[in-house]
Ligand binder design. Structure first.
Ligand code: SF4
Length: 426
């Protein structure tokens, strides 16, 4: 069977798509990246209205590319809208769990021309589904998915309703997976999950700090990068223990969402700006060269012009190295969707543009501040006397020099050029 996989959404969805593809290839099926296939897996997302729209579009596109193929839809959109997926004509409809089950169903549907739907209740999930990691991006970086689910119920977020409660990979399994990936040649592992700050809360420990420490010590030759973190994770203990690890990338994606305390309260976020800023200070004290990136939602219900100005001022105060800006997207079933004072699309669009403009200036400032430093990059490409790759603190670098892909190479930064740094390898 020739099969194709279309993935929308987050790193966890990307990881799970790679795992489903690896399972099918192990069973002798052929992964095709373009052109008609005998079977399609569409791994969907519903974090915003736009990602739901794109999920529907991807299902239609697969079905029009080969109307006789088996179409399997899974992920967070079909978890919450299975009827819509079925009405589009999908042969197999699964949710955001049981990826191995979907692979089995796909083989059965292909041989017996069956229609199979299996949607569970995410709130009843208790077991972490282990899936084969690997076949990451060009064999330089691989994702190590160690956690699933979230129980924070931020008022705007649909994820807890489609991914269920926290389930963590046993720490010894995470360490052995990291060792396997390192032996396979990956020089960077990204510890990822839906909400990794909750890692281990279902196991009675260790917490994320303990896990990261064990993984880093198990694979000292491999860089370890962390996925998105909740501010509460940044404690003195986190900083003291992890700053001692040479192979931990000094890059922290600390999810802020708003720089206004009154908006944070309505979002149900569990910190205020003062708390956030003091944790940021702690990070910079223990990781002086670190890059701190963040997520920001603008146009949250009731967000006044003053609250938005507070957010812009706080972004500047935090001097992030990069900011992902999202206009608020109403998700049916969330508390925020029922809130009054939903803002018009035009206001959200205009605020997103203003925040993105500031974000660009902050990024340029951070890149410029790297000039003169000597840093290590993981070479992803070598071309025409130049090497390309990312620093530990997550800056993209284009440096003069020769090196092979997947090599960790030291460079001297000579300046910034738009979105990336210039340098010379030595
Ligand atoms: S922490 Fe909040 S925003 Fe993040 S997945 Fe959980 S509920 Fe959603």
């Amino acid at each position: 069977m020739k099969f194709s996989v279309v993935t929308l959404g987050c790193k966890v969805n990307q990881f799970e798509s790679q795992a489903m593809a690896a399972l099918l290839q192990e069973r002798g099926h052929e992964l095709v990246s373009q052109g008609p296939a005998d079977a399609y897996i569409i791994n969907t997302c519903t974090v915003t209205a736009e990602s739901s729209r794109k999920s529907r579009q991807a299902v239609r596109r697969a079905m029009s590319e080969n109307p006789f193929a088996v179409t399997a839809v899974c992920g967070c959109w079909s978890q919450i809208s299975p009827g819509d997926a079925e009405s589009l004509g999908a042969d197999i409809v699964f949710g955001s769990s049981d990826r191995t089950g979907l692979v089995n169903a796909l083989e059965r549907a292909f041989s017996d021309r069956l229609r199979i739907s299996r949607i569970d209740n995410p709130m009843e999930r208790r077991v972490f589904e282990e899936l084969p990691a690997g076949s990451g991006i060009g064999r330089t970086r691989a994702m190590l998915r160690v956690q699933d689910g979230c129980q924070n119920f931020c008022s705007y977020c649909i994820i807890p309703y489609v991914r269920g409660p926290v389930r963590s990979m046993p720490p010894e399994k995470a360490v052995s997976e990291a060792a396997r990936l390192s032996r396979e040649g990956y020089r960077e592992l990204v510890i990822t999950g839906i909400e990794i700050s909750s890692y281990g809360t279902d196991l009675g420990g260790p917490d994320l700090t303990g896990l990261v420490e064990s993984v880093c010590l198990a694979v000292p030759e491999t860089r370890i990068r962390l996925g998105s973190l909740e501010p509460r994770t940044i404690t003195l203990e986190f900083c003291e223990r992890l700053s001692a690890l040479k192979n931990l990338c000094p890059h922290f994606h600390l999810s802020l969402q708003s720089g206004s305390d009154s908006v944070l309260k309505r979002m149900g976020r569990k910190y205020g700006t003062e708390d956030f800023f003091s944790r940021l200070g702690l990070l910079r004290q223990y990781f002086p060269d670190c890059g701190v990136t963040t997520d920001l939602i603008v146009g949250f219900p009731g967000e006044s012009e003053d609250e938005f100005e507070e957010t812009l001022a706080f972004l500047s105060k935090c001097a992030f190295s990069s900011v992902h800006v999202f206009p608020y997207s109403k998700r049916p079933g969330t508390r925020a969707a029922a809130m009054e004072s939903q803002l018009p699309r035009s206001v959200k669009k205009q605020r997103a543009a203003r925040a993105a403009e500031l974000a660009l200036r902050l990024k340029e400032n951070f890149l410029r501040s790297q000039t003169g430093k000597e840093m290590e990059i993981l070479v992803e490409k070598s071309d025409g006397g130049f090497i390309f790759g990312f620093t530990g603190n997550y800056c993209e670098v284009r440096a003069k020099g020769i090196a092979s892909r997947n090599e960790l190479r030291r460079v001297r930064i000579t300046g910034a050029d738009g979105d990336f740094l210039k340098g010379e390898a030595f």
